[in-house]
Design a protein around this ligand. Sequence first.
Ligand code: 3EB
Length: 312
Amino acid sequence: MRIFYHPAERLSEIESRRDVLGVVAYGAAEPGRAWCGQAPYLGVALSPHGAPVCEVITGGMVKRGARHDVRYAHDGEWLFAAIAVDASGAIEAAAILAYERLLQVAGEEGYGCLIRAWQYFPAIHGVEEGLERYRQFNRGRHHALGSHLARGGIRPAATCIGTHAGHLTVYMLARRAPGVAIENPRQVAAYQYPKTYGPRPPDFVRAMKVVSEGQQWLWISGTAAIVGHESCAAGNMEAQMREAFANLDLVVASADLGEDRRVVATKVYVRGAGPLPALPGPWACAPVLVLTGDICRSELLIEIEAVVTAGV
Ligand code: 3EB
């Protein structure tokens, strides 16, 4: 498996490959396009800092399919699946629909173990029936994941970011066997947040660890300046960045990957279009995709996700 960022204007170079699991376009997505060769193609309405870019996830030789509005590709080990649902109405219902269909298709294809989910939708701070749309989304996700968890399923690592337009877009990676959930000792588990953050908690784990192709893979969720369950340093980008990277370092340490580890790819979400302070040390070595978007708590200015690999 590989994950990399490719200029959108050179997407044709990707199209003929047979090993692409998924392509996600940020900025200038091609309207109406559903596939890039064998891979599901989807657009997310988040502007990259710089030229339009595609996140490309590759694996082995893939087979593709589409059912129940879900597009997917799998290579025997990994399933990439995506759905886009109208998000102009109730986001709780949209979340239920998206998760139920993704879970159904993943299960039917034999990849019932969720590893990583990305969730993007517009007006994340808008209010619907007296509740912020992010909190409505959490209600829907919690409802839809209920039966999965009851069957012994595990919550995936996740990212949830507000876009400036478009559908609720959810894409995920799943496997045949479960990963190992990693939490951050400095943070309350998100699925145990108190009710002050909404009637239902956000159902994700801080990171998921899997072994694949003789390597350890750590898929780290969107990570922000939250200590315990509280946001830190409201309005201060530099301080939030320090706290977020302290959390990232601690998640990596908690995953016990050993010394021989490498950051493979990082996505940084920033509120507003302001300049981004330099990333610290090892996090600056890997390709970084910077996107402007709304982090799910309005006081948070930055959120970072990453993939880290290590020898076994
Ligand atoms: C947090 O730690 C910050 O709702 O799926 C980060 C990653 C956040 C994923 C989600 C939310 C989600 O609570 C926000």
